[in-house]
Design a protein around this ligand. Structure first.
Ligand SMILES: Nc1nc2c([nH]c(=O)n2[C@H]2C[C@H](O)[C@@H](COP(=O)(O)OP(=O)(O)OP(=O)(O)O)O2)c(=O)[nH]1
Length: 140
């Protein structure tokens, strides 16, 4: 089985989480996810995340701590190993390239969305977290 190493951003602001829906024509189309993508060879996960957010939204971000341990999920096309980091925007262009929808939601609403299966452990942690308490000092 092919291993696919992926990073996602749990972007937060004013206690809310940014959630994004994958374009219909992509793998796992129309599911909600953390924006991000595959880690390329030689990249640190945090670098991949900054590159992906630049590619997907044309935005700059600050990367914070991990939401939880890496989750692995076996899809029919391969096993995705997903690590989600808290992050915040330095810019907000939101040029939507890979997503059909983005919205800011309260942690309590996280469990109402249909997530990509690999995202469920991180989504559960976030749903129980006070996002105003997430720290960004001394990281990145
Ligand atoms: N970006 C992202 N991908 C996820 C999440 N959950 C999840 O299972 N995936 C899967 C979907 C894809 O199989 C893989 C990441 O691929 P991608 O299509 O987003 O990444 P990419 O832009 O680097 O790749 P590509 O489309 O250029 O090939 O991980 C998630 O929360 N965010």
């Amino acid at each position: 089985m092919k291993n696919i190493y992926v990073v996602g951003a749990a972007l937060i602001e004013d206690g809310k989480l940014l959630v994004t829906k994958r374009n219909s024509d992509r793998i796992l189309g129309d599911l909600w996810e953390f924006p991000g993508g595959k880690i390329e060879q030689g990249e640190l996960p945090q670098e991949s995340l900054k590159r992906e957010l630049k590619e997907e939204f044309n935005d700059e971000i600050i990367v914070g701590e991990k939401v939880t341990e890496t989750a692995s999920y076996e899809y029919e096309f391969g096993t995705v190993h997903l690590t989600v980091y808290y992050a915040k925007f330095l810019s907000k262009n939101f040029d939507l390239i890979a997503h059909s929808e983005v919205k800011w939601i309260d942690p309590a609403e996280v469990s109402k969305l249909t997530w990509a299966p690999a995202d469920i452990p991180a989504a559960k942690v976030i749903s129980k977290t006070n996002l105003n308490g997430v720290k960004f000092d001394a990281v990145d």
